[in-house]
Write a protein that binds this ligand. Structure first.
Ligand code: HEC
Length: 224
């Protein structure tokens, strides 16, 4: 009898899907290590039985913070109620067997969503605005590090002040460089290049030990 009941439940769940929608700014991972969904991806997971049990964690990139799991107007956003908004979020199906209404809800080809909202770390953006944008990016770097400049093939491209949202774009350029470096230290790399202590085709643009180098180091550390 028990076997029959279990098979019945498995059939009920057969069509349910979980879509993980990850925006720019982070990654969603699971404690089991089975699923990793990267920024810009939509990952589809089939929830086929009552043994599904995964704990999802939203991991922000450097320069970003996890804000919340997104609530949807159709009620299909998982983990979104404010009481459970904080990452990590456990999704498991075993308790559904006690709730026939939930089981019916999971029936058919229904899709449910897990969508983190990442926001820019306001402190890092503020530091960039106050100490980096003018004194470093525009005064020392952008002549080469711009489309059409000597460094336009490099991984660090800025936009001119005339562009309305240049602050967030140029701040993002540092965030992206940090991401491209992976485990390597962004502050060591960027100050090393700017001082030519790591070979820099652009030569010495900052003196080691100067205020600019210290500011750039402080800033880059905020993105790690
Ligand atoms: C005179 C031109 C010039 C200036 C000014 C200049 N750079 Fe560069 N930079 C280059 C060139 C060319 C490259 C690509 C070749 C290389 O890696 O050396 C580069 C590469 C880099 C890289 C490596 C990017 C990557 O893809 O890994 C970093 C970091 C960097 N520069 C930082 C800076 C900073 C910070 C400033 C301002 C303080 C600056 N540069 C000013 C010419 C310049």
């Amino acid at each position: 009898m028990r076997i029959i009941a279990t098979l019945f439940l498995v059939t009920l769940l057969a069509g349910c899907k979980l879509h993980i929608i990850v925006p720019v700014g982070g990654t969603v991972i699971t404690a089991s290590g089975i699923y990793t969904c990267l920024a810009g991806q939509v990952c589809e997971i089939d929830v086929v039985d009552l043994l599904f049990d995964e704990t999802f964690t939203a991991v922000p990139d450097g320069g970003y913070l996890f804000d919340r799991w997104k609530k949807r107007s159709d009620g299909r956003g998982f983990c979104a109620p404010s009481s459970t908004r904080f990452s990590p979020c456990r999704l498991y199906t075993s308790f559904y067997s006690n709730f026939p209404a939930l089981l019916a809800f999971l029936d058919t080809e229904d899709v449910f969503y897990l969508e983190p909202v990442f926001i820019l770390d306001a402190d890092a953006l503020q530091y960039f605005t106050d100490n980096i944008s003018e004194a470093i990016v525009h005064d020392l770097c952008i002549d080469c590090h711009v489309a059409g400049g000597d460094a336009d093939f490099s991984g660090l491209i800025f936009v001119a002040k005339s562009q309305a949202n240049h602050l967030t774009i140029n701040h993002q350029a540092f965030i992206d460089l940090g991401k491209a470096l992976g485990d390597d230290d962004l502050s060591d790399y960027v100050t090393g290049m700017a001082t030519d202590q790591i070979f820099h085709d652009g030569g010495v643009q900052m003196q080691p030990g100067s205020q600019e180098v210290q500011d750039l180091e402080t800033y880059a550390n905020m993105l790690e």
